[in-house]
Design a protein around this ligand. Sequence first.
Ligand code: RB5
Length: 159
Amino acid sequence: MRVVLASDHAGYAMKKELAPYITSLGHEVTDIGTYSSESVHYPMYGRLAAEKVATGDADRAILVCGTGIGISLAANSVQGIRCVNCTEPYTALLSRQHNNTNAIALGGRVIGIEMAKMIIETWLAANFEGGQRHTMRVDMLTAMSDKPVPGAYSALEIS
Ligand code: RB5
């Protein structure tokens, strides 16, 4: 898979270690920065990486900031991106199987490098289960993100 990798300064050290690891798993990595520990703004990196996935330049995005929070919020601002902040592999696995996530965020100041690697290995290998139930729910998320104005998603029916 074509994986776009991005971080802010707080995720830089972890990202640097993750790039060769992801390559060793057989994936093609494009590292779009940041390239040092100098302070930068996580929204720029999360947004740019997510745009690469949304436009088809990459298949998946792996993002690192201090907590994984800010950069995942930035990624989720892009239509069609489903990004989850993971601290353990079970969430990563289910986020693929049920939610068809196409981006993942990690907290470089929260988890260790070995946990990060385990999360990534699990997430990259997992498939969306599909089926009527999960597909309908993911389609609902897409429909909602296409109509960001409150109240615009009037087709929402809870049953
Ligand atoms: C940077 O200090 C920090 O706020 C950022 O990396 C991230 O944790 C934000 O959510």
